[in-house]
Design a protein around this ligand. Structure first.
Ligand SMILES: Cc1cc2nc3c(=O)[nH]c(=O)nc-3n(C[C@H](O)[C@H](O)[C@H](O)COP(=O)(O)O)c2cc1C
Length: 385
């Protein structure tokens, strides 16, 4: 077993263990993948101010996200098909998050259902909603999340239509994988994954199959998405969803100051500056570049969070310094899950927490709550939008 010291180690191991079509599903952006790459590289360009001879004892990264205490300002992002990175992946990641003290978000497009995760974790988690044309189904989905005791709803606004990811088309992404020669040959090199899958009955979209009318076989994700996701979604829908849900509401996928103001007007509790991990509009700025102007414009009126490109605790700290009061991690936790299951997600959270804690200290701070933009070297900040 290799020694795992950073998220990149988890990525390399996940690539070995997860079937190609699911690894590629995670490690991909849309079209040229330019925004996907910029999400990471724009973080790296930001430099930190090192301070010395400051008492570094008694440090804390604790804070709250929508009023919920968290061990650090990091939540697990909603990701579709997580149960294909590893058998029962959503349940394992939810357990790891709960034990670490950070929120877990279950995607509408998960393999394990809302009820599966509630039953297995016995702790409140967050639910992410995609709005589909079938409003009866959406109302029932919201009600199921309430019944499962979910403590916040993340409404994703940036996927009314699907960005094109070349690899998914080339790999014929489907769940479960179709028994083509190429898939069979690839699966033969992933014995652990196959063994895990043989031991679970969760192989398709648990929130949808058997719940949405007329949906039995969902093997073609992109065809189903094109058919079902509602391209007419509007701010009026946000209003009825907020009413129906009645709890904490988080709007995900905001990249523009004008949309951020509309998010404030909607009465939501938080917004997530996010370009969907570079998977939707290729050519959009990186999330860390979009963050400062949004945080400055509406940070006093709503909790501003961000996601996209976070691969270390240093990235979390930089986002915090630029005004994010919370962050979400997608691929970092998926790599941990694909590499080592629940232990891999725990390892991912430990790595990020340690990097965050030590970097905060190197920058001369002991409490994340007191830390601001002055830990960053001004000339290295992303150009204002
Ligand atoms: C494989 C994968 C699947 C995703 N599925 C969803 C989803 O079902 N719902 C959603 O709102 N966002 C989804 N996202 C976007 C993430 O929630 C998050 O915005 C993104 O992963 C953050 O970027 P990062 O992966 O660089 O951390 C997905 C991202 C990935 C990588």
């Amino acid at each position: 077993m290799p020694v795992i010291t950073c998220i990149e180690d988890l990525r390399v191991l996940a690539k070995k263990r997860v079937p190609r079509m699911f690894y590629d599903y995670a490690d991909a952006g849309s079209w040229t993948e330019g925004t996907y790459r910029a999400n990471e590289s724009d973080f790296q360009a930001i430099k930190l101010r090192q301070r010395v001879a400051v008492n570094m004892e008694n440090r804390s990264t604790r804070t709250t996200m929508v009023g919920q205490p968290v061990a650090m300002p990091v939540a697990i992002a909603p990701t579709g098909l997580t149960g294909m990175q590893h058998a029962d992946g959503e349940i394992l990641a939810a357990r790891a998050a709960k034990a670490f003290g950070v929120p877990f978000t279950l995607s509408t497009m998960s393999i394990c259902s809302i009820e599966d995760v509630a039953e297995a974790t016995k702790a409140p988690f967050w639910f992410q909603l995609y709005v589909m044309r079938d409003r009866d189904f959406i109302e029932r989905l919201i009600d199921r999340a309430k019944a499962a005791n979910c403590s916040a709803l993340q409404l994703t606004l940036d996927l009314q239509i699907l960005g094109q990811r070349h690899k998914d088309i080339k790999n014929g992404l489907s769940t479960p994988p179709k028994p083509t020669l190429a898939n069979i040959l690839n699966l033969m090199t992933k014995p652990r994954w196959c063994l895990g899958m043989a031991g679970t009955k969760r192989h398709s979209f648990g929130n949808i199959v058997g719940h949405a009318k007329g949906v039995g076989d969902l093997s073609s994700l992109s065809a189903w998405t094109a058919e079902q996701f509602d391209p007419a979604l509007s701010w009026a829908d946000v209003e009825w969803i907020k009413k129906r849900w009645g709890g904490k509401l988080i709007l995900k996928g905001i990249m523009d100051v004008e949309d951020a103001r509309l998010a404030v007007n909607s009465g939501a509790d938080a917004l997530i500056v996010s370009n969907h991990g570079g998977r939707q509009l290729d050519g959009a700025p990186s999330s860390i570049q979009a963050l400062p102007s949004i945080a400055e414009a509406v940070g006093k009126d709503i909790e501003v969070w961000m996601d996209g490109g976070i691969r270390s605790g240093q990235d979390v700290l930089k986002a915090w310094a630029l005004g994010a009061r919370g962050t979400l991690i997608g691929r970092s936790f998926l790599y941990g899950l694909g590499a080592l299951g629940e232990a891999g997600v725990t390892r991912c959270l430990e790595i990020i927490h340690k990097e965050l804690d030590l970097t905060m200290a190197f920058c001369g701070h002991t409490q994340i709550q007191n830390l601001g933009r002055d830990i960053l070297l001004p000339g290295t900040l992303p150009r204002a939008l």
